[in-house]
Design a protein around this ligand. Sequence first.
Ligand code: LRH
Ligand code: MN
Length: 447
Amino acid sequence: MPFCGSFCAFLRQVNVMHFEIDDDFIAEQNQNSRAAIDEDYEHLRKQLRRRNVDIEDLVKKAESFRVAVPSWGVGTGGTRFARFPGDGEPRDVYEKLEDCAAVFKLVRSTPAVSLHIPWDKPDDATKLVAFASARGLSFDAMNSNTFQDHPGQKHSYKFGSLTHPDKSVRDQAVAHNIECIEIGKTLGSKAHTVWIADGGNFPGQQHFRHALERYLESMRDIYAALPDDWRVFIEHKFYEPAFYSTVINDWGTSYYCARELGPKAFCLVDLGHHAPNVNIEMIVARLIQFGKLAGFHFNDSKYGDDDLDAGSIKPFQLFLIFNELVDAELSQAAHFNPAYMLDQSHNITDPIESLMMSAVELVRAYVQAHLVDRDALTEAQDNCDPLLALATLKQAFTTDVSPILAIARARAGGAIDPIRTYRQSGYRRHKAEERPTQKGITASGIV
Ligand code: LRH
Ligand code: MN
């Protein structure tokens, strides 16, 4: 850690210098837990060898896993009741990227950031790309926003956007989506996610068939603006903010639209966008089989679209979803190229800690899914032996692969214990110094 005390604090104060967690500090912190992790790793190596599994293959799998972080995930989220901003909140897209870089430095599996327009509209795209790549970051799928009215906007989205009965409102929403794609092209993004809040709060408010026809008419114009090597992701959601009907309410509607639009259109699964107890892993298997799985917005939920940390409420469901994904990966399913992203709202935790923990839980589910003895599973399925089938999955799910995850992070220059290393670094305290909270000034984003 450079010795500069108050002078550095002054430089950070005047925004000249920005604190970053440096690699030497991470390596230093790793020393504290190296011996213990190596011991656990050796124990697990022996355990897995008895299952004819080479632990090094799983470390490679862990090192290969990538998930994008949402720019809006590094600011404190809230609900319609309240938002309790934390210290050192990012105030613009550059400070959001600083925090995304801190997550990437410590967990090494999150090199891409997904931006939301206009919240992250760059004043200078080239400068933003340079700032990001200087921190090892690139830009993942773009996200449009026609669920809020933005300053200077001519038409309101109160009664819808791409499906609004008034063509001039639809045209405005289409133009916004095309602008997102144009910005994305300057940032090196290769995909565009379209989630719309369009729907109704009262029976009779919308004509269900006409609204969907208008959606397809608008999406065809957006689809036509896609460069050849881009994809458009349709994100379904069964309710909220519309509380009676939602135009793109489920995977079936999303799939029909993706088929109608063409080969560059796919269906994105946000885990929180399904009614409680819906079998999401089966929806994933369907979309894989139909060659239309775009990818995911990972999070977790207990009731509605709670946007809680991935793996925090239903870790077995997350594992079962990755079981379908790894099965498709191993069987080289056609058109299988899923984009993974976190989409969460961190209302009471340090967003950086939640994003790190969530990224770790995704790698955990992915590695555990690679631990499934697929020959044994197929045999149990073919022999109609449900208990053995479940036991085969449970053996993988109940294997503590934490040593593999930690070694994979350490080999990639990350932290064996990301949360502890982050807290030891004092990153949040430094950012609180650098980013004095100005009443009402926070980087735009959720609520
Ligand atoms: C809608 C959603 C969508 C984003 C928004 C921030 O609930 O999941 O993906 O645009 O959250
Ligand atoms: Mn989402």
